[in-house]
Design a binder for this molecule. Structure first.
Ligand SMILES: [Zn+2]
Length: 234
């Protein structure tokens, strides 16, 4: 058998191993597990985001409560001042009233914001609860699939190993420079070797100039001008 036909033998084995590898990667159970894992990560990220939001809200609540108690003090001080220094004229009375109103309005605004944030915190906590439930369900489904998948994966991997070993065995018969050429072509055209069918490339089905097919027939190493595959006569 010539080098090219030995390479063809290798390609048969290589294709089988690649098919197995793709089948492992595309296993429906594996796809499901990947989806569950992505979903779980998404839920975790949501949890972290909610936690951060709740922490920021708690800080804001603290600040607002401080502001309320500060303004309460200011209001009480104002009352004491009014008692100690009753307004001497209408203008002074108006000033007292304006100050008292301003403090009161501030307190009202703070309390409104406190109520709004407290409600938001409640909403976030309910959301957190839902996210936790959803994540727990997904984790449960993930775990149910994972154990049988691990068994399946182990078996499939063993089969793949056998196929790879068979291909490696065939590769031993092929000179290294030819193998290198095969690997280079494989980066853009799979499989890298194509039979010459009449005057056509069996890889891309394009017609070849008769001079090219003549060379192939003469046993030269020729690549298809269109797809770059090495041509072989079977
Ligand atoms: Zn071609």
């Amino acid at each position: 058998m010539d080098q090219l036909h030995l390479l063809w033998e290798y390609q048969q084995a290589d294709v089988e191993a690649d098919k197995k590898e793709n089948a492992i990667r595309r296993s429906p159970t594996r796809q499901k597990l990947v989806k569950y894992r992505e979903y779980l990560i998404e839920q975790q990220n949501t949890m972290h985001r909610i936690e951060d939001e709740v922490a920021a809200m708690a800080d804001r609540l603290e600040a607002l409560k401080d502001a309320v108690s500060r303004t309460d003090d200011q209001l009480r001080n104002l009352q004491a001042k009014i008692e100690n220094e009753p307004p001497v004229n209408a203008e002074a009375a108006r000033q007292y009233i304006a100050d008292a109103r301003r403090y009161q309005n501030n307190i009202t605004a703070y309390e409104q914001e406190i109520r709004k944030i407290s409600k938001d915190v409640g909403d976030r906590e309910r959301l957190q609860h839902d996210v936790k439930l959803r994540a727990a369900k997904a984790k449960n489904e993930f775990d149910k699939l994972k154990a049988p998948y691990d068994v399946e994966f182990k078996e499939q991997s063993k089969e793949l190993e056998v196929l790879r070993a068979a291909a490696a065995e065939k590769a031993k018969a092929v000179p290294e420079d030819l193998m290198e050429r095969y690997r280079t072509i494989k980066r853009h055209s799979v499989p890298p070797l194509a039979p010459l069918l009449g005057d056509q490339c069996g890889g891309c089905n394009m017609s070849l100039p008769s001079a090219v097919s003549k060379k192939v027939k003469a046993g030269e190493l020729v690549e298809c001008e269109t797809c770059g595959r090495l041509l072989i006569i079977l």
